[in-house]
Design a protein around this ligand. Structure first.
Ligand SMILES: C[S@@+](CC[C@H](N)C(=O)[O-])C[C@H]1O[C@@H](n2cnc3c(N)ncnc32)[C@H](O)[C@@H]1O
Length: 266
């Protein structure tokens, strides 16, 4: 059997055809236009079969392959970290579009796999400080900094705990799912991704409130906070910040209000 025949066989049985195709391409290291002329070895069949089985159990492709592409980087992922999402690439784009200058000081709160910190450090050619409460996540994030040649200082702690200094830019994609949304989460998220990365209290806004209450000592005058938010949360997050910050809501490429930028008035 060649790779094309294998794809046709498993694809007719499974629904996630894009993931199946991507799995075959990545595992075989053969581009799809060459699949028809690439015969399968028993070892490749066995590896592919195992991957397809995991896909059909609902496991996200990122965990099966152990990595995802993220903007300009390759990001390693394990079950200890959230799989970076496309919206988060847009969050990085926003930062790069809106900030300029030399020697920028950037803090990534709730770094997880380190995707934001690593992407910004490489793109802006600056050093980034990144924090997370999970030692296990930070282990993965550190590997990502190394393989992408990014200068990131990692700190373990609860939000700003153990952070020192002031930052021109704070960027964050904190846990923001409301408790009540637990029931409607797809099982690929609920059963496979770390819960510490998902839930942000009853209304999902706990982290934004804590950031607002504690950020002042860490933000430069006129410093900016770039936040990824849930698609129904943007206005409520502006309410949290707008006493002391000029806020702007930005939509993602699908038109959902997924980002809030808060610029300090002081
Ligand atoms: C939504 S994930 C974001 C991960 C990554 N920044 C991304 O965008 O893919 C949230 C991260 O917050 C971390 N976290 C949860 N509670 C925290 C806390 N109290 N202080 C710092 N980080 C926390 C989790 O370990 C997780 O890595």
């Amino acid at each position: 059997m060649n790779l094309k025949e294998y794809y046709q066989k498993v694809n007719s049985e499974k629904s996630k055809s894009q993931d199946v195709a991507w799995l075959i391409k990545e595992v075989s290291n053969v581009e799809p236009f060459l699949w028809g002329e690439t015969e399968l070895t028993p070892q490749l069949v066995s590896t592919l079969d195992k991957g397809i089985k995991r896909l059909s159990s609902g496991e996200p492709l990122g965990y099966i392959l152990g990595y995802v592409p993220f903007w300009n980087c390759k990001i390693l992922v394990t079950p200890d970290v959230l799989i970076p999402r496309a919206e988060t690439e847009q969050l990085c784009e926003l930062v790069v579009d809106r900030v300029s200058g030399e020697n920028l000081r950037i803090l990534d709160l709730c770094t997880g796999s380190g995707c934001i910190a690593v992407a910004l450090a490489t793109q802006l050619n600056c050093k980034v400080v990144a924090t997370d409460i999970s030692e296990a996540a930070l282990k993965v994030a550190k590997q990502n900094a190394v393989i992408n040649n990014a200068q990131v200082d990692f700190i373990c702690g609860d939000l700003f705990k153990n952070v020192s200094g002031k930052f021109d830019v704070i960027v964050t994609n904190p846990p923001y799912i409301a408790e009540e949304e637990k029931e409607i989460l797809p099982s690929s998220v609920l059963d496979f991704e770390p819960h510490i990365a998902l839930f942000g209290g009853d209304d999902g806004l706990d982290f934004y409130k804590r950031i607002k209450d504690n950020v002042r000592p860490y933000l430069s005058p006129r410093g900016m906070i770039f936040m990824e938010v849930g698609d129904t949360q943007a206005e409520r997050i502006v309410d949290i910040f707008d006493k002391d910050f000029d806020c702007e809501i930005i939509s993602d490429y699908f038109g959902f209000k997924r980002f809030v930028i808060a610029r300090s008035r002081k």
